[in-house]
Design a protein around this ligand. Structure first.
Ligand code: ADP
Length: 351
């Protein structure tokens, strides 16, 4: 870029060049008026100094003071010592183009912040709406049964136990929802730091299978390991949290799976750093249109099925939170009519 590109001149350089041109012009004219060689030099020095100081002062006072105000506004801070130094020494060196670039950078930054705030606001509104909806269903249901019982059904032996059981089921669902919400908010606030330890991932899966075997048996679903992936793999992670991930995934595979179906978990060594764990079922699968949103809170592929099963819609959101807190990712592959596979990576333990 040329030095004399007027758009990129700082006030100091601009004053310098103006004073230089004025000084040289005056000195040149004084050569014709006087024969004394000292006169043009004196004229040059005087003109240069006066024009430089005057021009520089005017620029500072009328333009850079305004620009300083803009900077103060865009940084929105009270001037610290460092900023005072910036205003005194750095800002006057800046060209109008640089100032314009700074303001544009600020504008882009603000635009991004506004977009983020808008997205958060939309997310907050949706979350509250969903939460109210999720709470309303079990509360109204329990309230309905209790009111009916108090209204006289309590004495009717043909329905009283059934209504009480239904009310109790709704309250259980509320308790599960509050538990899951509590879990998610703790994960988000970072109040439950990860307790990393080394363990064999297959042993943890066995533990989960044992805990869920009654649930699986009630649907005649077979829980097993993928053939060829039984060799013990040591991972480093928060064991309790990874257990929750596995419980959520295996429970979903049982809940949404077909009767007489199977759930198979595979554990693979990706390289010398990572292990990949995948829980697969041969259930109804999930439509492609739902896959990008399946890990969102309260998102359900099959609303009526999930609710009738008693799901809170938070299981996969919790899975995602836990895996991401470990610095890893979770993914889903699914095909309607074929089944679903949920997989995540973990750190391999140093041996
Ligand atoms: P929910 O409490 O409803 O099960 P999740 O967050 O665990 O909530 O799951 C979200 C939705 O993803 C479920 O409502 C269901 O529609 C779908 N889903 C999850 N796992 C499976 C699976 N293994 N097979 C089919 N659909 C599933």
């Amino acid at each position: 870029m040329s030095l004399l590109d007027s758009k990129n001149l700082s006030p100091r350089l601009l004053s310098f060049f103006t004073a230089l041109i004025a000084g040289l012009t005056n000195a040149l004219m004084s050569i014709f008026i006087s024969n004394n060689w000292k006169i043009p030099i004196v004229v040059f020095v005087l003109t240069f100094t006066i024009i430089y100081l005057l021009y520089h002062y005017t620029l500072q006072r009328f333009i850079y003071r305004k620009i300083k105000l803009i900077y103060k506004f865009i940084y929105q801070t009270k001037a610290t010592k460092r900023e005072e130094y910036f205003y005194e020494n750095v800002l006057p060196q800046k060209s109008i183009d640089e100032v314009s670039a700074d303001v544009q950078k600020w504008a882009t930054q603000k635009k991004d912040e506004i977009e983020l705030l808008k997205a958060n606001e939309k997310f907050r509104k949706e979350f509250l709406m969903n939460l109210a909806h999720e709470l309303r269903t079990p509360i109204f249901s329990a309230q309905g049964y209790v009111d009916t019982l108090l209204g006289g059904a309590l004495k009717d032996d043909s329905v009283n136990i059934k209504f009480l059981t239904n009310a109790s089921r709704s309250i259980d669902r509320l308790a599960r929802l509050v538990d899951d919400l509590d879990g998610i908010s703790k994960l988000e606030s970072g109040k439950t730091p990860l307790i990393q330890e080394s363990f064999v991932i297959q042993d943890l899966i066995k533990e989960v299978y044992e805990e869920l075997h009654l649930k699986a048996a009630s649907r005649v679903i077979h829980l097993s390991f993928k053939k060829g992936t039984e060799r013990p793999l040591h991972v480093t992670a928060d064991k309790l949290k990874i257990k929750q991930v596995l419980v959520n995934l295996v429970e979903n595979a049982i809940k949404y799976g077909n009767d007489n179906g199977s759930v198979i978990t595979g554990c693979y060594e990706l390289d010398d750093k990572y292990v990949y764990v995948e829980v697969s079922d041969d259930g109804p699968g999930i439509g492609e249109e739902h896959l990008p949103r399946i890990f969102e809170r309260f998102y359900r592929a099959d609303r009526s099925r999930s609710r009738s099963i008693g799901g809170t819609g938070l299981g996969l959101a919790i899975v995602k939170h836990i895996i991401e807190a470990h610095g890893h990712t979770v993914n889903v592959r699914s095909k309607p009519g074929v089944g679903s596979s949920f997989g995540f990576t973990l750190d391999k333990a140093a041996t």
